[in-house]
Design a protein around this ligand. Structure first.
Ligand SMILES: N[C@@H](CCC(=O)N[C@@H](CS)C(=O)NCC(=O)O)C(=O)O
Length: 237
């Protein structure tokens, strides 16, 4: 049985996994299962494919079903599984200072920048179905997320010399986070905050694993727009 990775091309969390798969040469062992999301996912439980729900009760992508039937969610857990169990620790050693140094970069990129990016997008799309306001977002929340991103980019800039070695899980996560700032927030000034990091990223993005996984919009599926029944079941107003 091949592994199954539930995926959309817009998700930077999922891209961490697809870049890791390519860097480890595991493409033939993974079936990519595309998912389609209506924009309503931001505030509502939307209809999910049954195989996706079977793979993850969290209903977030990425989700990986392994060859022996383990169900893994969370991009960092999935990347560590691929590296540790199938990749002979090529992208992060099994233990010691170097492992934790690399994983500290993964956390800043994932729990810091990527989570802030997705929360900004979600907040900007917030709207109750019965609202007369075109948008209902909190400017201060959006600003808070932006400031979190800026702090993380500043720290990565201070650590830019750590990015000179061969590709590792930290570089992959940071590269995917930089890419989403360019893709979703082209007016952000992260390159000014982190000029040395930006120089590294402009080289890193030329790797075939990065070029072959460029972000694109999640396909929309009108058949997956929520119905009154699904909203009621989810307790949504
Ligand atoms: N911590 C998780 C975050 C995953 C996540 O937030 N995925 C987003 C897509 S980029 C998602 O599926 N959102 C749907 C939802 O929250 O309902 C990870 O690293 O994988």
């Amino acid at each position: 049985m091949t592994m199954k990775l539930f995926y959309t091309p817009a998700s930077h969390f999922t891209r961490k996994c697809t870049v890791t798969i390519k860097e480890l040469g595991l493409e033939a062992r993974v079936e990519i299962v595309p998912t389609k999301w209506p924009h309503a996912w931001v505030t509502e439980t939307v209809p999910y494919r049954s195989d996706f729900l079977d793979a993850t009760p969290i209903a977030r992508i990425p989700a990986l079903v392994t060859e022996d039937g383990l169900k893994l969610t969370d991009s960092s857990t999935i990347c560590e599984y691929l590296n540790d169990e199938l990749g002979s620790y090529k992208l992060c050693p099994a233990r010691g200072h170097e492992r934790w140094r690399i994983l500290s970069l993964v956390s800043i990129a994932t729990s810091g920048i990527m989570e802030a990016q997705v929360m900004r997008i979600a907040e900007l799309r917030r709207k109750r179905p019965d609202s007369k306001q075109p948008q209902e977002f909190s400017s201060s929340f959006v600003q808070k997320m932006k400031e979190r991103q800026e702090r993380c980019f500043s720290v990565l800039e201070q650590r830019h010399e750590e990015f000179s070695g061969p590709a590792d899980l930290g570089q992959i996560a940071v590269g995917c986070a930089c890419a989403t700032s360019d893709f979703r927030f082209p007016d952000d000034q992260w390159r000014r905050t982190a000029p040395n990091l930006a120089r590294w990223y402009d080289e890193f993005r030329e790797r075939s694993s990065m070029r072959e996984t460029e972000p694109a919009e999640t396909p929309q599926d009108p058949d997956l727009e929520p119905t009154a029944t699904t909203l009621e079941a989810a307790g949504t107003e």
